[in-house]
Design a protein around this ligand. Sequence first.
Ligand SMILES: [Fe+2]
Ligand SMILES: [Fe+2]
Length: 141
Amino acid sequence: MAKSKKALIDGLNEDLANELGASILYLYQTSVATGWDGEELREFLAPEITGEMTHAIFLAQKIADLGGKPTTVPKQHRSPKSVKDMLKYDLKLELEAVENYRLRTIQAEEAGEIGLKIKLEEMILDETGHAEQIQRILKGM
Ligand SMILES: [Fe+2]
Ligand SMILES: [Fe+2]
């Protein structure tokens, strides 16, 4: 396997672990959040449980198609207790995801995977949207 392809698969596997971890974290947070803020967090975050899982499903299939082995181990998170701190934590994750996918588009291009590059750009759009939404919510808290 070419070095650029190997690096791409390794990177995608990190992304997969992050997406699985984010989906589980959001499931946890929507389950335990309380109060009015918690109610709003639940409404905003619930669709992202499946949203991040959809990203994970895409990545796992792509890793397998590229000849790699998709990880089954999610990134572990310890959620802060207050809703505001949860949102700050989630914002950090979303911004990290944007940066990781930015690097991954470069690796995809280097490996000649242009279709993947376009899909990763769409995922950057998703994660940027999440980050901007959280930033707006935090501004009003
Ligand atoms: Fe995601
Ligand atoms: Fe996200």
